[in-house]
Design a protein around this ligand. Structure first.
Ligand code: NAD
Length: 358
């Protein structure tokens, strides 16, 4: 079966890191029986420059027809003065909502070889492997009404609405339970049920679903405690499921436990497991064009794509193992090198992963 993949290199270091991810897909085709049809399209600043819009109609249509989408990164100072709806990041947000990518998977994995890169003690984080499942298209970021209004006393008042319907909670819950099943079978649902009615409903729905997934060990935690536990003893977690805003904050904290932004992939899935895969970092304008960016987050995004959208689990394992082999060999890009270590550039790192896969 040939998988249709849309490739969106984007801006800044996006095209550089994407070139290495494509090399990985190529070697999986030539040496490991994968069959993919790749089509590239511009998005973000590149979309604006080519077609006057950060999400050109043609790009959206190509992405709609694909089995999965691989994205580099978008953004850069040259587009920051554009009107808000024309800025690169809007292209990405529109793509996520147009394709109903409601389930955001953010792994925080710390390769034992990189334990020194974290700000926490190596014994606290070495071997860390958490998956945060964040609801991405609902909650307080989208709830209506919202705005800034004038009160009678002349004071301004800002307001937002936190809403989750049963079906929205069930949808993200199912996504998380299924993922927990494929991992160690432990799921922690994070809410603020002691204060918020929305969270009370969240907890009811997730608890009810727990009966259906009796093979998954379900626990609940308040978000303030979860934030504390993430830095105190992060390895107690396997899969965490939570709403949009709590997930936004906790997943950034978890990512930073690993200390290496250039290593972390992410996925955003719809209800049929079609997904968009991207590194969690941005377009790094400060190092774009220098050939020094770490391509491993994008290569690990390929592994996630193989696992979650293309059902090529054995190949996903192979790519992740190849990254481990390369790290074992001592190869480092500048962002993950400890003091005194020799570093390699983007292309050499990509080549090393390809060699490990051959
Ligand atoms: P950033 O993630 O681009 O960069 C933060 C720091 O990390 C920089 O010092 C950068 O050099 C470094 N870095 C990032 N990726 C790296 C890699 N692969 N290898 C080595 N070093 C790496 O965040 P920022 O500087 O806040 O944002 C830059 C631009 O990216 C902005 O326009 C922002 O809007 C955009 N952005 C895009 C996305 C996305 O495409 N999903 C996400 C975040 C930020």
């Amino acid at each position: 079966m040939t998988h249709k993949i849309t490739i969106l290199p984007g801006d800044g270091i996006g095209p550089e890191i994407m070139a290495e991810a494509i090399k990985v897909l190529d070697v999986l085709q030539s040496a490991h029986g994968l069959s993919v049809a790749m089509e590239q399209a511009p998005v973000g600043g590149a979309g604006y420059d080519a077609h006057g819009h950060p999400l050109p109609a043609e790009t959206l249509s190509v992405a709609r027809s694909a089995d999965a989408i691989l994205l580099g990164s978008v953004g850069g100072p040259q587009w920051e003065t554009l009107e808000r709806h024309l800025r690169p990041e809007q292209g990405l947000l529109t793509l996520r909502s147009e394709l109903s990518l409601f389930s955001n998977l953010r792994p925080a994995i710390l390769y034992p070889q990189l334990a020194g890169a974290s700000t926490l003690k190596p014994e606290v984080v070495s071997g860390l492997d958490i998956m945060i499942v964040r609801e991405l298209t609902g909650g307080i970021y989208f709830g209506q009404p919202r705005g800034i209004r004038q009160l009678e006393n002349g004071e301004s008042q800002g307001f937002n609405t936190l809403v989750y319907s049963e079906s929205e909670i069930e949808r993200i819950g199912r996504s998380a339970f299924e993922i927990a099943r494929k991992r160690s079978g432990r799921l922690c649902s994070v809410d603020k049920a002691n204060v918020l009615e929305v969270s009370e409903l969240w907890r009811q729905v997730i608890t009810r679903m727990g009966d259906e997934y009796s093979d998954v060990e379900l626990s609940h935690m308040y978000v303030d405690n979860a934030a504390m536990q993430l830095v105190r003893e992060p390895k107690q977690f396997d899969v965490i499921v939570t709403g949009n805003m709590f997930g936004d904050i906790l997943s950034d904290a978890a990512a930073m436990l690993t200390g290496s932004i250039g290593m972390l992939p992410s996925a955003s899935l719809d209800c049929n497991n079609k997904g968009m895969y991207e590194p969690i970092h941005g377009s790094a304008p400060d190092i774009a064009g220098q050939g020094v960016a770490n391509p491993l987050a994008t290569i690990l995004s390929v592994a996630m794509m193989l696992r979650y959208s293309l059902n090529e689990v054995a190949l996903a394992d192979r790519v992740e193992a190849a990254v481990g082999t390369v790290l074992d060999s001592g190869l480092r890009t500048a962002d993950i090198a400890s003091d005194g270590m020799q570093t390699v550039g983007t292309t050499a790192m990509g080549d090393a992963v390809v060699a490990a896969l051959q």
